[in-house]
Design a protein around this ligand. Structure first.
Ligand SMILES: [Zn+2]
Ligand SMILES: [Zn+2]
Length: 142
């Protein structure tokens, strides 16, 4: 279903449907944990042992910048990718770098009001909150 959507969008942009492009998109569909390009590369090489990291970067950039079908945000100079286009907040653990998604209609409204009020056009609309996760907190106590 969502793979068909990718095919349609590639077609509209006059881009070829290549197995590598499909594989990267599928990897993002199946891995909702905001992988980095390196992590995506690692998964995709299981299927395409010869795919280079540079190609993965190139495809991710195309998906993000030219086609707006994936989203990216930066943590510690590392770019994380996801397909999720619904407004959500990222809770990040600074210890294990785990990133989870939190949804809130209230905060979405607040965020929209804030943007209108300040008359800004944010490049990155990701709200990041840093919190040590339960697992890491437990480990700290031990
Ligand atoms: Zn943690
Ligand atoms: Zn997310």
């Amino acid at each position: 279903m969502e793979i068909d959507l990718l095919k349609e969008k590639l077609h509209k942009k006059d881009k070829r449907i290549t197995p590598q492009r499909m594989a990267i998109y599928k990897t993002l569909l199946e891995n909702k944990n905001h992988p980095t390009a390196e992590e995506i590369h690692k998964i995709v090489t299981e299927q395409f042992p010869n795919i280079s990291l540079a190609t993965v970067y190139q495809i991710l950039n195309m998906f993000e910048e030219e086609m707006s079908i994936i989203k990216a945000f930066t943590v510690d100079h590392k770019k994380h990718y996801e397909i999720n286009h619904n407004f959500h907040i990222h809770i990040l653990c600074p210890k294990c770098e785990n990133i989870s998604d939190v949804y809130s209609d209230k905060i979405e409204k607040f965020w929209q009001n804030l943007i209108n009020e300040l008359k800004i056009k944010p490049e990155d609309q990701t709200i990041k909150i840093f919190e040590i996760c339960d697992d890491c907190r437990k480990n700290l106590k031990e």
